[in-house]
Design a protein around this ligand. Structure first.
Ligand SMILES: [Zn+2]
Ligand SMILES: [Zn+2]
Length: 334
């Protein structure tokens, strides 16, 4: 029997207890994992760790560039045409309001302290969460940071620090998401999704209005065989793409983004409502430890089941995100 009492960063608990059953109540469909993986989860982190092993601003620049291009197109074409068609100014200005709020919370997510554990605040943070002895055993130490690890914390390999209530490292904000900035990140995600969805709705309504006003759908055309055909939806989309290519391209982009961000937002809200972090969900949902195949568990040993012991009801869970315990005191001690 090989039983190594060493905590594995990537699996749930001590390495001699990796093969545990899937926890009850963590049944988020695996299909959402691909969205999480793509947007903010383990995928970009691993990819970023390989390609860009240190913190850098590449994804922040890409984020701002894409956001700038979409808003430029909206301003120069959609906004003007919609005004001509008599759209309400309130609806047309809504994406700008969302942009301002989004940029404020994007900046806060980028620059705020996610909950870095230091020698000064280590003792205080050790008191915040109970140790479950499965995913977070007591008396664990991070040898890189030389601090005792509080429950729900994790060492971020990109930032090279231990973070209190670690959620994930987000390459788009170039920062960890932890106990003290999860609230900023949630509002940032909410406003980003809302701005993409608002633009998608305004642009769609504009194109529909354009077709209706011009009576385009009543027109006919002669096909390749010389037959007279009534204009159908495919012909309309092709026609709009040829006459207004940038708007149709932007619409396709923001629709796709709305679905991706909407899916990820639902996932994040689910985690917030059940008081789980992405790190805990990811680790708690794995039936096998792929990182330590050389470690065998004795057949007679009782499997250690991970249970979420931190959920205390919806409002309490949301309160923990927006009013994180000990944040004020611990931040002062840094
Ligand atoms: Zn550490
Ligand atoms: Zn990080």
């Amino acid at each position: 029997m090989l039983a190594i009492a060493r905590h594995c960063e990537n699996c749930v608990a001590l390495c001699n207890s990796c093969c545990y059953p899937k926890p009850k109540g963590s049944g988020w469909p695996r299909v959402n994992f691909s969205i999480t993986w793509f947007l903010h989860g383990q995928g970009p982190v691993k990819l970023a760790t390989c390609l860009l092993p240190f913190r850098n601003h590449t994804f922040i620049m890409l984020h701002l560039l894409l956001q700038g291009l979409v808003y430029a197109e909206y301003t120069w074409e959609v906004f003007g045409y919609c005004q001509e068609l008599g759209f309400s100014l309130h609806y047309l200005l809504l994406p700008y309001l969302l942009l301002v709020i989004n940029l404020v919370f994007f900046t806060l997510s980028c620059v705020s302290n996610p909950g870095t554990i230091t020698k000064a605040n280590e003792f205080l943070l050790l008191q915040v969460y109970e140790f479950d002895e499965v995913m977070f055993p007591k008396n664990m130490k991070c040898f890189t940071c030389s601090v005792r690890k509080p429950a729900r914390s994790k060492h971020c390999r990109v930032c090279n620090r231990c973070v209190h209530r670690f959620d994930h490292h987000c390459v788009w904000v170039n920062n960890c998401i932890g106990a003290w900035n999860a609230r900023y990140f949630l509002i940032y995600l909410l406003t980003l999704t809302a701005s993409a969805a608002t633009m998608a709705i305004v642009s769609t309504v504009f194109l529909v209005q354009l077709v209706v006003v011009s009576d385009l759908y009543l027109e006919t055309y002669v096909d390749d065989l010389g037959h007279l055909q009534v204009i159908d939806i495919v012909f309309l989309i092709q026609y709009l793409f040829l006459t207004l290519p940038r708007i149709v391209f932007m619409l396709g982009f923001v629709v796709m983004l709305s679905f991706l961000l909407g899916g990820y937002l639902c996932f994040t809200l689910y985690l917030a409502a059940t008081n789980q972090t992405t790190n805990e969900w990811y680790r708690g949902d794995r039936a096998w430890c792929h990182h330590c195949p050389h470690v065998a568990r004795p057949p007679s040993a009782e499997p250690q089941v991970y249970r979420n012991i931190h959920s205390h009801g919806l409002w309490s869970n949301l309160g923990e995100i927006f009013l994180p315990a000990a944040a004020h005191c611990a931040e002062k001690m840094n």
